[in-house]
Write a protein that binds this ligand. Structure first.
Ligand code: HEM
Length: 506
């Protein structure tokens, strides 16, 4: 029989044990929860940074995509950085970009906050930077209506004419080949957008002005260029104290007047003499349906030549470089042009389907010489998980297009310019059968993609039909071999500096 004392002792023992077991299991459970919580909130791996500033000092200010590609080899196709507290995720494969930007486009279509470039300099209404919301939707719908695949057919005649003028200019004055490419690209955009007559040498100041606008905007995108982008609170600094803000707002007002003036001129012409079709004539008729204010419509048209001119002429520079370095590809394209077009007429868009090699040259130019190596960054608008990694709301997500286009899994000889790769087998998954992602992804894919592809096709076909491009020679007769890595990183767009020698096809 157990005494009352034994009973008491026993029950005490059991109670103590029970409490101990209870504590222990609570501890184990707590640890388990903590561990799984930690695991479920782990950002993708990445280089170790310093306290407070994280990896900010490890990211090079020029050509950061090269470092990103090295880090991708070390940490995997999706890695993360901490830029002074701002989480940044870098996507390095077609698959990852497709999974997030295309398949989760509802939460991956915003842009990171760019106070200077987007909110001050362009008033929050420049389509490429606009926050993912109603203003963006209205601008995008209007842009798509005027530049979709069917609508862009309207601009083929303008692009063919400009390609022919470009070749004449190159033949007459080969030394200034860059100017001629710039002029042709700017002219085909401006005539298509505003219905202007072709711009020539005399209109050099307009081309200069356009490139000036693009430069002004891209300059402000250079990380660290404006303190307000690091400390957004500075946006509220009073005007008398913040010269940068006064200058930025003044620039926006001046630029708005220029763009509104261009639109008003088209409107006047439409009222008097029946203006020919252009992007803006369509926009004027439909801007109310698209719920655009006059200023938004003016900026939509204005930003098209800013977004489209530097990128397209940058791609054409890469084309010149590729022809200088890979003459075999040039000869193959010229042979195809000879067989299909002959020598009695210029190539046209009707020939396009019968010129698969020339089309492959266009794609390879965009793959090999990617002009926007990091695309245009996005901002995630909701917490989400990918492959077990946590990507918190507000993270900046950068597609490393440069690495995607050099992924040995898809492009074994990625460094070589080899158009044939687009004629062999299927395009890599995640590229929507295109084979590259030079124009971006998902809902924010380049709205000028059809226009750009048309410009590149007809300009490249016409140049190769008329001209051969070779290495230039030094005065002592030795060849100048340009480097494919000698790039100028202007902030968003990257250029190359080839030294070509142009000669008429015999
Ligand atoms: C070779 C030429 C071009 C290249 C490589 C290029 C590339 C790009 C890229 C990478 C983006 C960002 C897409 C993303 O966020 O995923 C973009 C956006 C954009 N592009 Fe292009 N582009 C070119 C030509 C053009 C042309 C000719 C136009 C207009 C006529 C144009 C207008 C735009 C606009 C307005 C956006 C912003 C779209 C948005 O944010 O919703 N681009 N482009």
């Amino acid at each position: 029989m157990t005494s009352a004392a034994d009973f008491l002792a026993n029950s005490l023992l059991h109670t103590t044990l029970g409490i101990r077991i209870g504590w222990l299991s609570a501890l184990v459970m707590g640890f388990w929860f903590f561990k799984s919580y930690r695991q479920s909130r782990t950002l993708p791996p990445g280089p170790r940074g310093l306290p407070f500033i994280g990896n900010a000092l490890q990211v090079p200010t020029k050509m950061p995509w090269l470092k990103f590609t090295e880090w991708a080899a070390e940490y995997g196709p999706i890695f993360s950085l901490n830029l002074a507290g701002q989480p940044v995720v870098i996507l390095n494969t077609f698959g990852a970009a497709n999974d997030l930007f295309d398949k989760r486009s509802a939460i991956y279509s915003d842009r990171p906050r760019l106070v200077m470039a987007s909110e001050i300099l362009t008033g929050g209404i420049a389509l490429p930077f606009t926050e993912y919301g109603n203003t963006w939707r209205n601008l995008r719908r209007a842009a798509h209506e005027g530049l979709g695949a069917r609508a862009t057919e309207n601009f083929k005649a303008i692009q063919s004419r400009e390609a022919a003028f470009c070749v004449l200019d190159l033949l007459e004055d080969p030394e200034r080949w860059e100017n001629h490419l710039n002029r042709a690209v700017a002219a085909s955009i401006l005539t298509s957008v505003y219905g202007w007559p072709s711009i020539g040498e005399k209109d050099g100041h307009i081309v200069k002005q356009i490139h000036g606008i693009a430069h002004k905007i891209t300059e402000t995108l250079v990380p660290g260029a404006f303190l307000v982008d690091i400390f957004p609170i500075l946006k509220h600094a009073p005007l008398w104290l913040a010269k940068w803000k006064r200058d930025g707002l003044e620039w926006f007002n001046r630029q708005s007047q220029v763009f509104e003036g261009f639109i008003n001129a088209v409107e006047k012409k439409m009222a008097s003499s029946g203006e020919t079709y252009s992007f803006v004539s369509g926009l004027i008729e439909n801007r109310r349906r698209h719920k655009l204010t006059d200023k938004e419509a003016a900026w939509l048209a204005g930003i098209l030549f800013t977004a489209g001119s530097e990128t397209s002429s940058g791609a054409l520079r890469y084309f010149i470089l590729a022809m200088v370095l890979y003459p075999e590809a040039m000869r193959n394209a010229q042979k195809e042009l000879d067989d299909v077009v002959g020598r009695d007429r210029l190539p046209t868009f009707e020939d396009q389907a019968k010129l698969p090699y020339v089309q492959a040259v266009v794609k390879e130019v965009l793959r090999w010489g990617v002009v926007t190596p990091m695309g245009v960054a996005r901002r995630v608008t909701e917490d989400n998980w990918y492959h077990g990694y946590y990507i918190p709301k507000g993270t900046t997500v950068i597609p490393n297009v440069w690495a995607m286009h050099r992924d040995p899994q898809h492009f074994a000889d990625f460094d070589d310019f080899r158009p044939e790769r687009f004629l062999e087998g299927a395009a890599p998954e995640g590229t929507h059968s295109v084979g590259h992602t030079a124009f971006g992804f998902g809902r924010r894919i380049c709205v000028g993609v059809n226009f750009a592809n048309q410009t590149l096709f007809i300009t490249i076909a016409t140049i190769l039909w008329a001209l051969s491009i070779e290495k230039a020679r030094k005065p002592n007769g030795t060849w100048i071999t340009p480097s494919k890595n000698h790039c100028v990183d202007s902030g968003v767009v990257v250029y190359v500096i080839p030294h070509p020698y142009l000669r008429q096809v015999g």
